[in-house]
Design a protein around this ligand. Structure first.
Ligand code: ADP
Ligand code: TYD
Length: 205
């Protein structure tokens, strides 16, 4: 039986440089005529994109599982409609965020680890990334990079505390699964980060 193609995910807190690096990697892979697909979460399918708009504009949500369930609903569609078909056709999939993001972001406020593991067994199942690049940089640096995008000059202490926890959760996952999750120093220049990511991907090409 034909082995499935490689599934690579990029993770990091907002402003760590994922979209930028994916654009550069895409150019490199294109020049090598690689067979690849770039996708992202939340989103990545027609219904997933509708859910993305809903999720990113939602506020006043009471139940702690509402948000995670919406992310996993989008993920379920993304897997069935986009990721599985691509992998089964031998296309390498590069995805901007995947299930590690739910573990890093959604579990910060409530102790949801047990529920997220159940959702992983149910929805992610055998569509585990082969390689995850965690773009790691200090929260304040990431904040500075996206200050313009958010039309904010500063982030408040609550934001800082939240993103510090998200970063710690990503780091803990990386330390627990060093074979899959590679930590990339994202405080370096774009060229250096891109080089490190490409170096990590190369064995999978
Ligand atoms: P993310 O997708 O992780 O939120 P982006 O790729 O959108 O982050 O990057 C946020 C901003 O930071 C963009 O303006 C981008 O040009 C800039 N940026 C990204 N990576 C770097 C880097 N290594 N050094 C300096 N600026 C960067
Ligand atoms: P994204 O568009 O990737 O933001 P950015 O480009 O700033 O990194 O993701 C939107 C937001 O969704 C981001 O703040 C992270 C969050 N998110 C979760 O909280 N859980 C998830 O499972 C995913 C995929 C994203």
């Amino acid at each position: 039986m034909k082995q499935k193609a490689t599934f690579i995910t990029l993770e990091g807190i907002d402003g760590s440089g994922k979209s930028t690096i994916i654009k550069h990697l895409s150019k490199l892979l294109k020049s090598e005529k690689a067979n690849y697909l770039i996708t992202r979460e939340p989103g990545g399918s027609a219904f997933g994109n509708k859910l993305r708009k809903l999720i990113l504009s939602s506020s006043h949500i009471k139940h702690p599982l509402t948000h995670p369930l919406l992310f996993y609903a989008a993920r379920a569609e993304h897997i069935e409609m986009t990721i599985k078909p691509a992998l089964s056709q031998g296309t390498m999939v590069i995805c901007d965020r995947f299930h590690d993001a739910s573990h890093a972001y959604q579990a910060v406020h409530h102790n949801l680890d047990k529920h997220l593991k159940t959702l992983d067994q149910w929805i992610v199942a055998d569509i585990q990334p082969d390689l995850t690049l965690f773009l790691d940089a200090p929260v304040e640096l990431c904040f500075k990079r996206i200050a313009k995008r958010r039309k904010l000059d500063t982030f408040d202490q609550q934001d800082k505390t939240f993103y510090e926890s998200v970063r710690s959760r990503y780091l803990a996952r990386a330390h627990n699964d060093p074979e899959r999750i590679k930590i990339i120093d994202a405080s370096q220049s774009i060229a250096q980060v891109c080089h490190a990511c490409y170096h990590a991907i190369q064995p999978w090409l």
